[in-house]
Write a protein that binds this ligand. Structure first.
Ligand code: ATP
Length: 291
């Protein structure tokens, strides 16, 4: 039995616009998600002799692991009854940071289970992903994706121009649920009409967004919960970023550079920072392939 390997790319939301709350309690939203070269490295192989069930090793993440839940869900849906497997996750994507790390790991675990078992198809992976979490389906095929509805309606977009992404992680974590609650409290949601108009604008640019559309409605909520995010935004702009914003629900700050080398130079200039900056570039679907 061989060991299979896949990357689980992190993502940032190049834009995220929040609309009204639906009857199921989730917000309508319009977001363009972009997978990045910063990725967790995941393997799926045999569990050690004597193991009674599937297991996960994921240093740095305590408690229930979404990737193990994905593997269990895959077995339940397909009836795959191969001997216990071990998932190992080398975390490189900052945790609880608005970069979709857990969601990306879960999606990668589904790809690995499918490759290992030879069972299921892409449609099943999307179905299982949706049951695991709102941000998981977009990571089944990493790349650049327009997500609407409450994030479950996905439209793959073409590959973006290469650009540099300076990632400034935070020492603190933010829970996505807390950030949405704070967004409700301070009232950042837009009307359905406004959201519709924004979606039309985004579609016109096929996701290659002009500066005016690069925006995150969750930024105000994340900053309200963790004011020191403001300092990271100043650092990113001070290091030369064309645009700087909070990634997803935060607290990670991302700076965009039209020239990749300039993002690398900015990271060098901020090398003494704790946590250290990370430089990434956008990736397409091939980035998550199982080998
Ligand atoms: P998202 O952008 O998907 O809403 P996030 O990037 O803000 O999420 P994650 O890194 O996915 O946050 O972590 C959120 C929580 O999920 C963590 O605090 C952790 O307890 C839990 N978790 C479960 N499995 C994983 C995993 N494989 N990697 C990271 N976190 C995980």
């Amino acid at each position: 039995m061989s060991v299979l390997r896949a990357d689980a790319p992190g993502k940032t939301n190049v834009c995220l616009y929040l609309g009204p709350t639906r009857s199921d309690g989730r917000h309508e939203l319009v977001t363009v998600m972009q997978s990045l070269t910063v990725a967790d490295a995941i393997t799926l192989g045999p569990a050690p002799a004597g193991a009674a069930q599937d297991e996960v090793q994921c240093p740095g993440v305590e408690g229930e692991n979404l990737a193990l839940s994905a593997l269990r869900a895959f077995r339940a849906a397909t009836g795959w009854d191969a001997p216990p497997r071990r998932l190992t996750i080398d975390k490189r994507v900052p945790v609880a940071a608005g970069m979709g790390g857990g969601s990306g790991d879960a999606a990668a675990a589904l790809r690995l289970a499918q490759a290992d078992s030879g069972l299921g198809d892409l449609a099943l992976l999307y179905e299982l992903a949706a049951a695991l979490g709102a941000d998981v389906p977009a990571q089944v095929q990493p790349g650049r994706v327009l997500a609407t509805g409450a994030g479950e309606v996905l439209e793959p977009l073409g590959p973006p121009e290469p650009y540099g992404v300076l990632i400034l992680p935070s020492r603190h974590a933010l829970s996505t649920a807390d950030v949405y609650r704070e967004a409700d409290r301070i009232g950042v949601a837009r009307s359905a009409e406004e959201l519709e108009a924004i979606l039309k604008d985004i579609q016109e640019f096929a996701g290659d967004l002009p500066d005016a559309l690069i925006h995150n409605d969750l930024e105000a909520a994340a900053r309200s919960l963790l004011p020191e995010i403001g300092q990271a935004l100043v650092e990113a702009v001070g290091a030369g970023a064309d645009r700087a914003f909070v990634s997803g629900s935060g607290p990670t700050v991302v700076g965009l550079f039209s020239v990749v080398e300039e993002a690398q130079a900015a990271a060098q200039a901020l090398a003494g920072r704790d946590p250290a900056p990370i430089v990434a570039t956008p990736v397409g679907p091939g980035a998550g392939q199982v080998t």
